[in-house]
Write a protein of this length. Structure first.
Length: 388
């Protein structure tokens, strides 16, 4: 991921005052129900509210016990399922001695893949696909099975039929594909510069990931599995790529200095915005931007009509400010590009951009979810109430 906090403790300090590879969820302070949103937001909430399930990693003492984390004692993380509006949230792992994180649904929504490790070790956002052991479970969290030992099957990503996983071995500069059932290697290929955040395209033909291209890091590329040909999808300091569910392109975070050299609080790296890029390598198009926050970890709804993502404050931000606080947000793709007021440099390039509607999913008491770490995934499959 682009350089920010190095681990969970460092992330907590930034979180007071960066969101990284995904979603941890916290309640807003005070425990009071939020005021009603405007009609356009409420319409979006009603439209998307029961469309399947989102899986996230969250701090148990915040979600289960209701204590907001405000220091570097982040506690232990479990996996949770929730509706896109934040309702029906439930813990699906229940492991007090271990963290679960970096969860992804299989294409049919019947399985989830995630990493699991002991609670005493920090989760490092640049290593979330390497740390701990790989686990495959039913999508309701039941029947969790460790696929390998600690550190094995790094950056694992499902094949569309869930029969294989592709894994990235950064130190060896190779990608290996394994049969899930037998664990036998079926293919090996050069990684072509990909060094993290790899995912398999829905048509099964390509992999994408964050790569080093001609000596420049943080470039998103697509790698054709059969021909080994690569296509640059997004330049200018990129991270957290995820495929559209139809395979036509990706959603990723981007820091293009031409779109704003500094964030609202003078961040020297510039402002991170959310973009979409087509699989043929055409220049990416803007999805969402806010001068006061960085935008990370976009992932699409199963029909590609909506995009979920999280924001983190620019350096120097203040926790508790609703405008600058970390947030988990959902927007309609048809409403983009969305640019929040104040981002003048970017507005000049996108004069027809809107400011919303932007949905903030809520807890049952009305408090909006705000994000700290590790993005999730979305399925329209119905998931029962099974327990691990």
């Amino acid at each position: 991921m682009m350089p920010i906090a190095r681990n969970m403790k460092g992330l907590a300090l930034w979180a007071l005052g960066v969101a990284a590879l995904g979603v941890f969820v916290m309640a807003r302070p005070g425990g009071q129900a939020a005021a009603a949103d405007d009609p356009a937001v409420e319409s979006l909430r009603n439209e998307v509210g029961k469309k399947g399930w989102i899986v996230v990693a969250a701090f148990t003492k915040e979600v289960d016990a209701g204590h907001r984390v405000t220091d570097d004692n982040l506690g232990q993380a479990d996996l949770y399922l929730m509706r896109p509006d934040g309702s029906e949230m439930r813990n699906i792992t229940h492991t007090p001695d271990r963290h679960e994180f970096f969860a992804r649904f299989s294409a049919d929504g019947k399985k989830i893949m995630y990493r699991r490790m002991r609670k005493g070790k920090d989760i490092e956002h640049d290593s979330v696909g390497i740390q701990g052991e790989l686990v495959i479970a039913n999508s309701d969290g039941s029947n969790p099975v460790a696929v390998g030992k600690q550190g094995e099957y790094p950056w694992a990503t499902w094949s569309p039929d869930t029969k294989q996983i592709a894994c990235l071995y950064q130190g060896e500069h190779v990608i290996r594909i394994f049969d899930v059932e037998t664990k036998k290697q079926v293919k090996q290929m050069p990684s072509q510069g990909i060094f993290q955040q790899m995912s398999w395209s829905p048509d099964g033909k390509k992999l994408c990931g964050t790569a080093t291209v001609n000596g420049v890091q943080w470039i998103i590329i697509a790698l054709d599995i059969e021909t080994q040909k690569t296509t640059v999808l997004s330049k200018h300091m990129n991270c957290t790529p995820n495929w559209f569910k139809d395979g036509s392109g990706i959603v990723n975070s981007c820091r293009n200095t031409a779109w704003g050299k500094k964030g609202g609080n003078g961040d020297p790296y510039g402002n991170t915005v959310l973009v979409q890029a087509t699989a043929d390598g055409k220049p990416p198009a803007l999805l969402y931007a806010d001068i006061d926050v960085h935008v990370y970890n976009g992932f699409m709804s199963p029909d590609d009509k909506y995009v979920a993502f999280n924001t983190g404050m620019s350096e120097g931000g203040t926790a508790g400010d609703p405008k600058k606080e970390r947030s988990f947000l959902i927007v309609r793709r048809a409403d983009t590009p969305i640019i929040q007021p104040g981002f003048e440099e970017l507005l000049k390039l996108n004069p027809s951009a809107k400011t919303g509607p932007v949905l903030r999913p809520r807890f049952s008491n009305g408090d909006p979810l705000v994000t700290v770490y590790l993005a999730g995934d979305w399925t329209y499959a119905e998931i029962g109430a099974g327990k691990p």
